[in-house]
Write a protein that binds this ligand. Sequence first.
Ligand SMILES: *[C@@H]1O[C@H](CO)[C@@H](O)[C@H](O)[C@H]1NC(C)=O
Ligand SMILES: *[C@@H]1O[C@H](CO)[C@@H](O)[C@H](O)[C@H]1NC(C)=O
Ligand SMILES: *[C@@H]1O[C@H](CO)[C@@H](O)[C@H](O)[C@H]1NC(C)=O
Ligand SMILES: *[C@@H]1O[C@H](CO)[C@@H](O)[C@H](O)[C@H]1NC(C)=O
Ligand SMILES: *[C@@H]1O[C@H](CO)[C@@H](O)[C@H](O)[C@H]1NC(C)=O
Ligand SMILES: *[C@@H]1O[C@H](CO)[C@@H](O)[C@H](O)[C@H]1NC(C)=O
Ligand SMILES: *[C@@H]1O[C@H](CO)[C@@H](O)[C@H](O)[C@H]1NC(C)=O
Length: 751
Amino acid sequence: MATLQYLLLLVIATNVITICFASQVYIVYMGSKTSDNPDEILRQNHQMLTAVHKGSLEKAEESHVYSYSNGFRGFAAKLTEEQALAMTKMPGVVSVFPNLKRGLHTTHSWDFMGLSSDESMEIPGFSTKNQENVIIGFIDTGIWPESPSFSDNQMPPVPPRWKGRCQTGEALPAFSCNRKIIGARYYLSGYAAEEKATKIKSPRDTSGHGSHTASTAAGRYIKDMNFSGLAAGGARGGAPMARIAVYKTCWDSGCYDADILAAFDDAIKDGVDILSLSLGPESPQGDYFDDAISVGSFHAVSHNILVVSSVGNDGSRGSATNLAPWMLTVAASAMDREFISEISLGDGTNFTGESLSQFKMKQPARIVSAADVNGGYFTPYQSSYCIDSSLNATKARGKILVCRHAESSTDSKLAKSTVVQKAGAVGMVIIDEAEKDVAVQFVLPAATVGVKIGDRILSYINHTRRLRALISPAKTVLGSQPAPRVTGFSSRGPNALTPEILKPDITAPGLNILAAWSPANKKMNFNILSGTSMACPHVTGLVALIKAVYPSWSPSAIKSAVMTSATVLDRKGNPITADPGGRLASSFDLGAGFLNPTGVMNPGLVYDARPADYKSFLCSIGYDQKKLHLVTGDNSTCDHSINTASNLNYPSITVPNLKGSYSVTRTVTNVGNHRSIYRAIVSPPPGINVNVTPKVLIFNRYGQKMNFTVNFSASAASKGYVFGSLTWKNGISHVTSPLVVRVASHSSGML
Ligand SMILES: *[C@@H]1O[C@H](CO)[C@@H](O)[C@H](O)[C@H]1NC(C)=O
Ligand SMILES: *[C@@H]1O[C@H](CO)[C@@H](O)[C@H](O)[C@H]1NC(C)=O
Ligand SMILES: *[C@@H]1O[C@H](CO)[C@@H](O)[C@H](O)[C@H]1NC(C)=O
Ligand SMILES: *[C@@H]1O[C@H](CO)[C@@H](O)[C@H](O)[C@H]1NC(C)=O
Ligand SMILES: *[C@@H]1O[C@H](CO)[C@@H](O)[C@H](O)[C@H]1NC(C)=O
Ligand SMILES: *[C@@H]1O[C@H](CO)[C@@H](O)[C@H](O)[C@H]1NC(C)=O
Ligand SMILES: *[C@@H]1O[C@H](CO)[C@@H](O)[C@H](O)[C@H]1NC(C)=O
């Protein structure tokens, strides 16, 4: 459990190239590929490396880790800091960046949770045809191929266009593909160079994360899936007939950029349609061309592959990651299912807490504050957080302890339950000060409560002598309200790199998700997890269904359909809230809104953007001609068709620095009926005048494009970001975009 926190520290540290324990492997990025001959590219790589190895070809070959030659050009190599610096000055080199480690976007790897199987998306009137033609690549921890979720029963032969491989690996039993898992590769060189760890070379998943995400997006139907009896029922992934291609880049302690880029490079060549990445940089993210995931996904999108990713689990404002406009970035929401344990106090009061713990207490036990059982050199304050060794076993034995858990805690709630158990206590109530509503598979009877309930329990303890309590085993509760709501851990906008592009793009279920697991980890076949890692594959699955029906749609058209059909209302028709405290969600929490499968197949209009538009976007944020050329490898020039990033044809509109008035241009493409008439309906952000021209769009044919402008001006004083929406409406489709505006403050730059 401490591994995750250790991981965070490491990632932050390796962000800075100049520190003494700089990474050993660097990625030399050289933009688009210029040759189709891998041998020739390898020879060129060695030549470049020879130059920094004082002419030694032998040393050059030794230092070479990967050659990227399919989707883009570059290589990874073991270099000293000076050699890396020298590389940046060589012709053709776009950027040189260290081999950063990425984290999987699961909240506290060990804090497991669960969600209803009914939410596996039964969509009335929804075409589920042609899924078997769609190939989804997962860049993750691998997969457990024997899981029934990945059975190829009744699946047709592998599409002939597939060019991928199946590495059987050295693990026993050997990995084998089938008509469901049609490709599997592993990437260990970048990890092994940094961690000096020996790993079993195989695409087999020994963690569980990769099996979980793949089965959420594309798992077959399992009729009796459950986690120790919780969340029992039938469950399947979003696109159960879609094909899975596995790119294992993540090992015990994380995923390294050199490996991730190699996976992108192969996936582009193999012919995947969609890439799903439930992982990402720690916030803040580096600039687009110093960031392996941005680079890899740019080239993937240029090859018509939609990249779906998670926004991160930091939870704080401005912490969103995977910020590139060519990615579809997913936030996490809670659904209407909870796993709760009853905490019954001896005075007849009952409270409910979140838990996945199935242990049954034989009889009520005395409940005390952990602060009152402190031991050793620890203060009562320290032991109130139940940190390791802070409890006196003589005092704690046989009792239920009330522990605190701070937002900044470096241990997990699961770890606290182990500390409490070691001290001989029989139960635990944990007060989560961050209200991160994540239920946990505790090692003893235990439940998580918020600060309000926690204070009431502590107050009872203060005022009642020898108060006793009983914690019941967790049970599944359906219909909890409000639902959906954004989880506390889901990372939020604004976009720290390019505020003109709203991130996240969309929110989807990411709390309490039951899906396949690796039996190599805790001997479980299914598990309940939470995180934006779990939200991402819900979108991936839905995107696969769209791709199946509209194989010719561009990645951005599919992304537009997902975003403009999202909902910002909960099941009762109220605005979606952003945390258990009831704060109303904004576009920074939700993106365009909660994933709404009913609208995605008939979006009516789409905001399309092509690789050329992303190039213009890069020019608009300051890439000059030369840098652009290096990146794209073609002759495209900065045409300045986009003067600011706000004008990228994106399905949301953000103006982060409004001075006087400002007009944004968008182009919509008709993908509905030939003849259709759309009217603009604006819900202006408070204090902002919004003028759409023209107000009516009349289309005569499928595929027709129309331009419109949205003119913003301040009508009243407003501070910080304000939010509204624009909807193009005809009789059938509602095409909604969030409007996000901040009026420039006079004390420029502040805020
Ligand atoms: C839970 O799963 C096990 C197999 O993993 C199955 O035997 C059992 O019937 C399931 N229970 C329910 C209630 O679905
Ligand atoms: C409190 O919970 C216990 C155990 O679940 C139950 O037996 C009791 O009826 C509950 N009391 C109230 C007042 O709901
Ligand atoms: C633990 O508490 C007991 C009983 O109060 C006391 O005798 C003992 O010294 C304490 N041990 C430590 C290590 O503080
Ligand atoms: C309980 O009592 C302690 C002192 O004995 C005090 O510090 C604490 O604030 C009280 N807590 C509540 C919730 O009343
Ligand atoms: C770029 O332009 C040059 C000269 O006009 C031409 O020779 C070359 O083939 C072009 N390259 C690409 C990739 O289009
Ligand atoms: C929309 O605007 C673009 C760029 O300004 C222009 O090239 C295009 O002709 C316009 N399309 C229509 C239908 O007006
Ligand atoms: C936008 O609207 C403002 C006032 O409503 C007007 O003065 C300005 O000319 C408009 N700008 C454009 C580009 O249409």
